[in-house]
Design a protein around this ligand. Structure first.
Ligand code: SAM
Ligand code: SF4
Length: 337
């Protein structure tokens, strides 16, 4: 009885949004996300595409309405389109409201059309700079022209594009207006993300430094008229509209606590660990109940319910502390951004 009930956590928050990392691998090595010589997980640790489908479908059965596929780079996982194609049946049935992804854009030129055909309508592309040399520096292995081609292909295919840019002091601060205007000219929404203390951050030279979004916003206000929007997504994003361009700008400040009370999301890693909060280590292993019961989903459903009943009230990042408490050492590419 309980097993088919929707997912409600102990703080009465309905869990309707699942982010799924489908791989820990990536064709870039962004300095704030990965080290140059990353050790990736052995293949057998990863959920197979069939297991990912079963896992996600079970969450949909339990009331998840929005699925965001991420990574690592989701589009470098082999045969990933079969996963999207399979998930599209939940869109057709109305069980799922949205199937979407966050990507670095490198493979979009190839996959924009099949993604649209699978029912994807929006895509978040991570892009921190429009300068070729800086792009190569921050992603280490990426090429800007390839990503720009991917964005063009996405728009041509009918996908709504949103850009996510990580705010990095002394790196893209001087591009605030350029990036804003570029997005406005292409009808692209833009969200700035405050850099989080994850992975190898701090070991890098000059790229990867904290630029507060409060400061970024003040700089925007010197140029544009800003109207606060009341829109909330249950996550750490806040939105404003720039009156001069009409575009929506988002601010993601994961370090603040101001969204925890409305948090509607959990994250699944590519190995089947369910993280209940971006800022905490609490997690549950869902791979074991999935793998040991290939024909029966009941143990998996029970394990998901058990995990949700442990979702913490909020998280605890804090830059003011010197020690590692409140810091999370796992890489974003593992839990998915
Ligand atoms: N590879 C895809 C991409 O880059 O969009 C999806 C995975 S990536 C981990 C998801 C998002 O996390 C990206 O927008 C990236 O900029 C962001 N990210 C990675 N490390 C971060 C950090 N330390 N602080 C803030 N955002 C981070
Ligand atoms: Fe790859 Fe995305 Fe991490 Fe950059 S942010 S290294 S593109 S997973």
């Amino acid at each position: 009885m309980l097993m088919n009930a929707p997912l409600i956590d102990p703080f009465a928050r309905a869990i309707t949004y699942l982010r799924v990392s489908v791989t820990d691998r990536c064709d870039f090595r962004c300095v704030y996300c990965m080290s140059e010589n990353m050790q990736f997980l052995p293949k057998k640790e990863l959920l197979t595409l069939e297991e990912l489908e079963r896992m996600c479908s079970t969450f949909v059965d339990l009331g998840v309405k929005k699925l965001r596929i991420t990574g690592g780079e989701p589009l470098v996982r082999r045969d990933i389109m079969t996963f999207f194609q399979s998930m599209s049946r939940h869109l057709d049935s109305g069980a799922l409201d949205e199937l979407t992804l966050t990507t670095n854009g490198s493979q979009l030129a190839r996959f924009a059309e099949p993604l649209y055909a699978a029912g994807v309508r929006r895509v978040n592309v991570s892009l921190d700079t429009l300068d070729e040399e800086k792009f190569a520096r921050v992603t280490r292995w990426g090429r800007l022209t390839q990503v720009l081609k991917g964005i063009d292909a996405a728009q041509t295919a009918g996908l709504k594009v949103k850009i996510n840019a990580v705010a990095l002091k002394d790196f893209n601060e001087d591009e605030l207006i350029t990036v804003t205007e570029w997005c406005a000219s292409r009808d692209i929404a833009l969200t700035w993300i405050e850099v989080m203390p994850m992975g190898d951050l701090g070991n890098e030279d000059r790229v990867g430094q904290y630029w507060s979004l409060k400061d970024l916003r003040t700089q925007l206000a010197e140029r544009y008229t800003i109207t606060e929007l009341s829109e909330r997504t249950g996550g750490p994003a806040r939105y404003v509209r720039l009156e001069e361009t009409g575009q929506k700008i988002g601010f993601i400040t994961p370090l603040t606590h101001n969204f925890c009370e409305s948090c509607n999301r959990v994250r699944l890693t590519c190995t089947g660990e369910l993280y209940l909060c971006l800022g905490q280590e609490d997690m549950a292993d869902l791979r074991a109940p999935l793998r040991s019961n290939p024909k029966d989903n009941a143990p998996l459903r029970q394990a998901i319910h058990d995990a949700i009943s442990l979702k913490p009230k909020g998280h605890d990042f804090d830059y003011s502390r010197q020690k590692a408490d409140g810091q999370v050492t796992r890489h974003m590419s593992h839990t998915g951004g």
